[in-house]
Design a binder for this molecule. Sequence first.
Ligand code: FAD
Length: 477
Amino acid sequence: MLNVGSCIPPFPSRKSNNGNPIPRRHQDLLAQVSASLRHPQGLCRGIALPRPLVTMSLHFQLNYRSQQNDCMPAEKVFEAQLGQGENRWKVVPPIMEELKTKARSLGLWNLFLTKEYPEGAGLSNLEYALMAEVMGRSLHIASEACNCSAPDTGNMEVFAKYGTPAQKEKWLKPLLDGKIRSAFAMTEKKVASSDATNIETSIQRVGNEYVINGLKWWISGAGDPRCAVYLVMGKSDPKNKEKHRQQSLIIVPADTPGITVVRPMTVFGYDDAPEGHCEILFKDVRVPVENMVLGESRGFEVIQGRLGPGRIHHCMRCIGVAERALDLLLARVTDPSRRTFGKLLAEHGTVVADIAKSRMDIDQARFLVLNAAKRIDEVKAKGAMKEIGMAKAVVPTMLLTVLDRAMQAHGAGGVSQDFILARSYAQARTLRYADGPDEVHIAQIGKVELRRAAEVTKSLEKQRERSYALITGKAKL
Ligand SMILES: Cc1cc2nc3c(=O)[nH]c(=O)nc-3n(C[C@H](O)[C@H](O)[C@H](O)COP(=O)(O)OP(=O)(O)OC[C@H]3O[C@@H](n4cnc5c(N)ncnc54)[C@H](O)[C@@H]3O)c2cc1C
């Protein structure tokens, strides 16, 4: 077990950060977090951090320094080391292993696995939210370097939460060690998969084995040569009257006969190699009965447990991407070599307004994310579905808007390969579907709000009666 606190070297001062001072707003955020420890109302109403973590603050600084000095500069190296053609799916850029070794030596490892898991780093979800924001700044690099990237994080949570000792030994251990990678296979090409009851892949028991048949697509991570295992969602009891008990989740080693990775999908032309998002055919794939997760017909239960905190992880990282986009925007519009109509771009009112709107959008969205993380800490993901849904429905769109403004300020360069903006935009757009489309979350939030309708109506009725009584003199104040 990794005890993060014990791995932290003494850290003298926030100002002396190897030539990379923590930006003012991050210092402010830390100060707010520290203040929230002293004030019951916390950062905002309802947000008060659960424990004073000096190590958290040190972690935050280490994390920040690591992204600034190592991960962001490594992005171009990663691209350059990626193979070409078929090799894009065979070569893992060596820089990634170097970054992983360094991150691990700093204690920046498996931070996502919160304190209820003995295998994790001991942070709360709220604390992890701040860390993930910083990791989010460097595209996918930092989260993988810190062994905190999707889909492994969600899959590790499944193994940690529901796995048998043998399943944990075989899959969780090497995943936690960063030795293998994994994929989560739910979405299917032929059915509308945002309603998971539509899933058609069959999981049939035959003797001591399950036989799996189906066609999945958009399976992230399946292109990676290190991807050793899939968690596959399918129907083991399609005739069950309870629609949510027809499904099971089963562990399928990636090298099992009968599996064909048909092709990688692209997102606006990006293939996201070497992980990729793949179409996969399962034809008479056989695995032992011990590979069932939690038990037959309990697939929905497992995916609900998996998707809660995972949905928020994406949102946390999105805040970091948005901060980086705003940084790029600020640098671009104050670049003295880029003047229009006799002025710096930053001297045009519309540009200033874009900066202000971006700052407001980011800070509002951050509140939703921290609030959701805090609720998960308090009542677990199941009790925090409304807060998770609000963050999930708001944050990707916020990020798209902020990225769009940053791209606009960069002119044509904004949509090119020279900046991270276009690629980040493509990734952010997918988050309006991944882990459930916006509409599904919005519908859920609406339903939860509607539950208050009867009570609100009653209260309004009482107000009206009281008002009538006051007007007619039948009652006094
Ligand atoms: C880059 C990327 C990576 C992905 N990675 C994975 C992965 O690793 N594993 C995996 O299993 N899947 C993955 N997915 C798939 C993703 O989870 C699905 O795309 C998503 O669940 C939606 O399913 P669908 O594409 O079948 O859309 P559909 O279910 O066909 O929905 C289409 C549209 O219908 C609308 N809609 C749906 N429900 C409602 C509603 N209740 N009210 C109003 N409108 C509604 C929404 O606008 C929605 O976008 C990934 C997708 C992308 C783009």
